[in-house]
Design a protein around this ligand. Structure first.
Ligand code: MN
Length: 488
């Protein structure tokens, strides 16, 4: 089980009795947080920190512990913060600074200086906060009584983001082929992606996959077809075309498992040896948390896997989507998002249908795909772009809506939404920010989750929400450009 260390700062001045009490209080708080968060992470109380040596040992231990995904810091008493400088420089895990107290209320009748000495996080947490700010440490500060439901919700959010960061650092991504020729936004610096996010992104020849496809047995295809029949409605007579996709999915599963890969891309321009563009096979894989980006879009693929990991303890749907076309009726503008084939069925409003239709691009056989109408609800769309000197996350609030009328001639799955705060502002802001036509859409995550992920990975972020105005938004983009240049 992944773990958050609960680290309590103090110093030697208070004497053994006070320090023993501080340790006991810290253990009680850590145990309470553990019970509250144990479906997501373990919370483990660490020995109270009295000096630089204690702090350094604990920060090095956290950094080297593969199960530790982050630390909760709390200064129960005063902890002179020069003793935290070298330890914090050694800390390599996400930090939340929990500004809380053991007691909720002041004991007006009995309060004395002993109480004040023990319970002085108002004092100690400011000293600790100064040194974090002075060192430029990206951390989340959560203030309030530790049993307060709002505080617990924020800690849970931090834990989920920390798990996603940990997952990100171990993610391997396969690109079958490269990115679609001449397309700009799907391209990116793969070395920088690994330095910044931890993503190990590598190219594989589609032939490596084709070799595996050829080895898939009839029994393996039958088993996959049984899975399809259970989950989806077979709405085609062309069973051979469906079996072809089943074969691709089994081969992809084997390939990804063998190489320990969590996300992948393909491209319709490099399918030599495959009879169809992978459609149904990719759609079904995306229901299992495998990240996918079409046209060699490794950034969206990896981001999809990471955000899936962040959202996996919640209700809701998370997956790849593409901006496709609009209904531009004034004041009632709607976006229709879809793709050639690969729309994840996590967004299906009803049981998806397996259909087979020709594809007008790529020159391959008619591929099997899942077709469905999309769900409604509040969501975010998140795009990751490479700005040359840094990455930028663009996060827009959107509202998924039920399709207003049937689309009997559209042979792909789709999702519809409205933009926030309105179409003109939301669309223009996305375009000013350089947001891609590919995004990860999630009804499970909110802008706060993306903000936290951006902070913990030191990634630039712009948010488009109900407060966005274009003038201020463009000024923000100009400031971000300037900041990036100053950082060099
Ligand atoms: Mn696309």
């Amino acid at each position: 089980m992944k773990t958050l260390y609960f680290i309590t700062g103090s110093q030697d001045l208070y004497g053994e009795e006070t320090l023993a009490q501080a340790q006991k209080d810290a253990e009680e708080i850590a145990q309470f947080l553990h019970e509250a968060l144990k479906d997501v992470v373990d919370v483990k109380a660490m020995p109270i920190v009295r000096c630089t040596g204690d702090a350094l040992n604990i920060c090095i231990q956290a950094s080297g512990d593969a199960d530790c995904v982050g630390v909760i810091m709390w200064m129960h008493t005063f902890s002179p913060a020069k003793m935290w400088i070298r330890p914090l420089q050694a800390l390599r895990k996400p930090m939340v600074h929990l500004h809380t107290q053991y007691n909720e209320k002041l004991p007006y009748d009995t309060i004395d200086m002993d109480f004040m000495n023990l319970n002085q996080s108002a004092h100690g947490d400011r000293e600790f906060g100064f040194v974090c700010t002075r060192l430029g440490i990206a951390r989340e500060v959560i203030a309030g009584y530790y049993r307060n439901p709002e505080v617990l919700a924020q800690l849970r959010r931090f834990a989920e983001a920390a798990l996603a960061v940990d997952y990100s650092k171990h993610l391997r991504v396969a690109m079958f082929g490269n990115n679609m020729r001449d397309v700009a936004v799907t391209d990116g610096d793969r070395v920088e992606s690994e330095i910044h996010f931890g993503w190990n992104v590598n190219y594989y020849g589609i032939g490596d996959l084709c070799d595996l496809v050829e080895e898939i047995s009839h029994e393996e295809i039958d088993a996959k077809m049984a899975e399809y029949s259970e989950k989806y409605t077979m709405a085609t007579d062309d069973i051979q075309a469906v079996r072809e996709q089943a074969k691709y999915e089994v081969a992809l599963e084997k390939f990804l498992a063998k190489e320990n890969i969590g996300a992948f891309t393909d491209t319709f321009q490099d399918l030599h040896g495959l009879r169809q563009l992978p459609g149904l096979s990719v759609q079904n894989l995306m229901t299992k948390g495998i990240g996918f980006g079409p046209e060699g879009d490794y950034k969206t693929s990896a981001l999809g896997a990471v955000l899936w990991e962040m959202a996996k303890h919640r209700n809701g749907a998370t997956g790849f989507m593409e901006d496709y076309t609009y209904d531009l009726t004034a004041g009632r503008e709607l976006e229709l998002a879809a793709h050639m084939l690969e729309v994840p069925p996590v967004f299906a409003a009803d049981k998806p249908e397996i259909q087979v239709h020709p594809l007008g691009i790529g020159g391959k056989e008619a591929p099997a795909r899942l077709v469905f109408d999309g769900i409604d609800g509040d969501a975010v769309a998140v795009s990751l772009v490479d700005m040359g000197n840094r990455f930028r996350l663009v996060c827009a609030k959107i509202k998924l809506i039920a399709q207003p009328a049937p689309m009997p001639n559209l042979p792909v799955a789709r999702l519809m939404w409205t933009l926030v705060p309105d179409f003109a502002t939301g669309a223009a802001a996305w375009i000013y920010a350089g947001g891609a036509h590919h995004a990860v859409v999630s009804t499970a995550l909110q802008t706060e989750d993306i903000r936290l992920f951006a902070k913990l990975t030191d990634t630039e972020l712009v948010i488009i929400d109900e407060n966005t105005t274009l003038h201020t938004f463009e000024q923000q983009l100009a400031l971000l450009d300037l900041t990036a240049k100053l950082k060099g």
